[in-house]
Design a protein around this ligand. Structure first.
Ligand code: SF4
Length: 233
């Protein structure tokens, strides 16, 4: 946010992996983990970038969904799991002045659906109605983010409901945003937006690996002090 370094999603778009995206998932994870943890050079990408690889793995994960620790293993193209999410939808997106002070003003994107069903939810209307809202189209959202950045957004906050079921859409939006750089009328300075993942942190280890290397700030909502309360509420 101080413009001292690039956001991670832009870096992930420029790391060339040479991965064959039609390879078995296990092989893709091996390549992913190698490139996600190393000090690979950023290049002009001609093959699959690290971000492409993350998107491919996320798409496959949707077919037996285990983005969160519910691990429904449903095929989300056919039916939703516990979170209720089929296609990614969002209820609103705007410049938010009520986020944590360090993040204001934040371009906040509220996805529908959630991996929890808390009795005290303040966003119950969107958390429990995953089918409501606008379809989250990656290209359109990327252009929205660019416009909000020009309007003064210092970062993008992915929230909900919970953003976890939407990780595939979030990654695709990041790629569309990074690729705006190629358009001559786009001012690349406004693509320099850090990514904030604002969630209940109930995501799986696999989802965490996909987020690692594209998320700049984790904003975790700790809701429960013990399992007894968590189960009850
Ligand atoms: S995100 Fe979680 S709750 Fe939703 S379908 Fe996937 S595993 Fe189930």
């Amino acid at each position: 946010m101080r413009e001292e370094r690039s956001p991670q999603y832009l870096r992930a778009r420029t790391i060339e992996t040479d991965a064959d995206l039609s390879a078995p998932t296990e092989g893709l994870w091996r390549i992913h983990d190698y490139f996600a943890t190393g000090e690979q050079k950023e290049t002009a990408v001609t093959t699959a970038s690290l971000l492409d690889l993350k998107i491919e793995i996320a798409q496959r994960m949707c077919g037996y969904c285990h983005f969160c620790e519910r691990r429904c293993y449903t095929n989300r193209a056919e039916r939703p799991g516990f979170c209720g999410v089929l296609r990614s939808k969002y209820s609103s997106e705007f410049l938010h002045y009520g986020e944590e002070r360090e993040l204001v003003s934040s371009h906040t994107i509220f996805f529908t659906g959630c991996t929890f069903k808390c009795a005290f939810c303040q966003n119950w209307d969107i958390a429990r109605h995953a089918e409501a809202g606008a379809v989250a189209d990656a290209d359109a959202l990327a252009r929205r983010i660019y416009a909000r950045s020009i309007a003064g957004a210092r970062n993008v906050t992915w929230v909900g409901g919970d953003p976890t079921p939407h990780i595939g859409t979030i990654l695709k939006t990041m790629r569309a945003l990074a690729d705006l750089k190629q358009e001559t009328e786009v001012d690349a300075r406004f693509l320099n937006v850090p990514m904030v993942f604002n969630s209940n942190t109930y995501y799986s280890a696999e989802a965490a690996k996909l987020l690692d290397g594209v998320i700049d700030v984790y904003l975790s909502d700790f809701k429960y002090g013990n399992d007894r309360c968590a189960k009850r509420y």
